[in-house]
Design a protein. Structure first.
Length: 345
């Protein structure tokens, strides 16, 4: 009886076949235009900004000579002084040359002075960080609640899903202008009129939202605008969780809270991390809400950068500001990735 035998083929060499090499060359040729465009639109502006940050280059004034100032722009931006400031002390005796007073505060029974090389920039950083932390936290909590509600079965769920996207679909500039009128200081503002209708405030005591509570006003607008985006991301994550897990947990006697913290939250965590990273990066770059709602009053890092370049014609100084904004955003990204142990596959 004849027995058929087969001889195994030799494994391909590690160097790869000629076809694989041709495919690799073709891929590089096809990707070359993309890399070229990326260099033009990303790498070159970044390099140009970085080199300009060490100069006193003006904005839109090519006839003015440009001088190299070294680290002077960064020293002004990063310069912070905290010094003891007892009662009766003179400000000029305590302040370092080139520094300006930001505020005074008491700590452990002693009075201190906070000064900075650029106090407006320091306040802009504080405003941006506070805005980012508070608004992103509120958007996550409210967005999660909305996503949990919309993920359940009820009549009109499709309509609710469509309606909840309206604030996110409206352009930010338009929605901010609308909120600017709703936050008017007198009773013509919708928010004050609503509080007056419920008897919470009197017409004579209308709240000057944008002047008394500028940061709160910006947070209200941003939360209203961005909660639908957060809810949409979380809803997509919720729909990937198998319903069988909840049925098995219910059979084992788990209540609603236990099912949420033992099943929903752990399985939703990757989506939450992605949503947090996206929203944090976007919030740190916030410009339009601050610029439209609080013109020339309360600044974010981006609006301060704009004012330094366009209004003050200090392109070199604005470039240093842009570099620091990039570093701050990059640091927040690394913090999120290390805190939640995000790993690349």
């Amino acid at each position: 009886m004849a027995v058929a035998t087969t001889t195994p083929r030799a494994a391909p060499r590690s160097g790869g076949s000629a076809l694989t090499k041709r495919q690799a060359r073709l891929a590089m040729i096809m990707l070359a235009p993309t890399f070229f465009v990326l260099i033009l639109v990303a790498f070159y502006p970044l390099a140009r900004t970085f080199t300009s940050s060490f100069t006193d280059e003006p904005f839109a004034r090519p006839e003015v000579p440009v001088n190299n100032v070294g680290l002077a722009n960064y020293q002004r931006l990063l310069g912070v002084q905290i010094a003891s400031f007892p009662e009766g002390s003179r400000l000029r005796d305590v302040l370092m040359p080139g520094y300006q007073r930001v505020s005074t505060f008491d700590l452990f029974g002693e009075r201190y002075l906070l000064a900075a090389g650029d106090p407006v920039w320091l306040q802009a950083v504080i405003n941006t960080v506070l805005f980012t932390v508070i608004s992103v936290a509120l958007e996550l909590l409210i967005g999660l609640m909305v996503a949990l509600v919309v993920n359940t079965q009820f009549r009109g769920r499709g309509v609710m899903r469509a309606v909840m996207l309206i604030p996110w679909a409206i352009p930010t500039a338009i929605s901010t202008v609308l909120w600017r009128y709703m936050l008017n200081d007198n009773t013509t503002g919708a928010l004050n009129a609503l509080l007056n209708a419920f008897g919470i405030i009197e017409p004579a005591n209308s709240i000057a939202w944008r002047s008394q509570y500028p940061l709160l006003s910006v947070i209200i607008v941003d939360v209203w605008k961005t909660v639908p985006f957060m809810a949409l991301l979380l809803l997509a994550g919720l729909q990937t969780i198998q319903h069988d897990l909840y049925e098995a947990a219910a059979v084992d006697g788990a209540n609603v809270a236990q099912r949420f913290f033992r099943i929903t939250l752990p399985l939703l965590m990757p989506t939450i991390i992605i949503a947090l990273i996206f929203r944090t990066l976007d919030a740190l770059r916030v410009f339009d809400v601050f610029y439209i709602l609080l013109p020339n009053t309360t600044r974010s890092m981006a609006t301060h950068n704009y004012e330094m370049m366009v209004s003050s014609y200090q392109y070199g100084y604005a470039s240093a500001t842009g570099v620091l904004i990039f570093i701050i955003i990059f640091a927040f990204t690394i913090l999120y990735m290390s805190l939640f142990r995000v790993e690349a596959d």
